[in-house]
Design a protein around this ligand. Structure first.
Ligand SMILES: [Cu+2]
Length: 165
């Protein structure tokens, strides 16, 4: 093949690649959209801005007494502090099969709140409340991992969730 012909063939194949990769991308977007309409979308942080004063979260407001409170027949809200270098309460005790709303904030720097074995994976910013929802279907212990570098104790920053039968 001469150079001119090669050029034409390459361009034609490239159009095919572009069409196929775009089609795949749209399929991905459709699949992602599907997850948004199921209950699994609860792990998406609430969009509404909720401000708190990181200097005061340890002394006043719901985060000063971190814990789990019942808010409905099968609903609970867990107020959680993520701090250098741990989580409060520890452990976080919740019942199996109930919708848990986690409200998490930090009195110091950014932390991660990744619950091993689940899709809970949210950033915790000082000054803001991160709100995510999750329903644990299996009882047992779940480890919380800080997956945002937060200082010298980062690699030892863990917490625990105990899901009771
Ligand atoms: Cu941390």
């Amino acid at each position: 093949m001469d150079e001119h012909r090669v050029h034409k063939v390459v361009l034609a194949y490239e159009r095919g690649w572009l069409a196929f990769s775009l089609a795949m991308l749209f399929v991905f977007i459709a699949l992602i959209a599907y997850t948004l309409v199921t209950h699994t979308a609860g792990v998406i942080p609430a969009g509404a801005l909720e401000r708190v004063d990181p200097a005061k979260v340890r002394v006043e407001g719901p985060f000063a007494q971190p814990g789990v409170i019942q808010t409905g027949p099968n609903q609970y809200t867990a107020y959680v502090q993520a701090f250098t270098f741990g989580y409060l309460p520890n452990p976080i005790e919740v019942p199996k099969g109930a919708e848990i709303t986690f409200k998490i904030t930090s009195p110091d720097v950014i932390h991660g709140f990744q619950v091993e074995g689940t899709n809970i994976n949210v950033e915790v910013l000082p000054g803001e409340v991160s709100t995510v929802k999750y329903t644990f279907k299996k009882a047992g212990e779940y480890r919380i991992i800080c997956n945002q570098y937060c200082g010298i104790g980062h690699q030892n920053m863990f917490g625990k969730i105990v899901v009771k039968e």
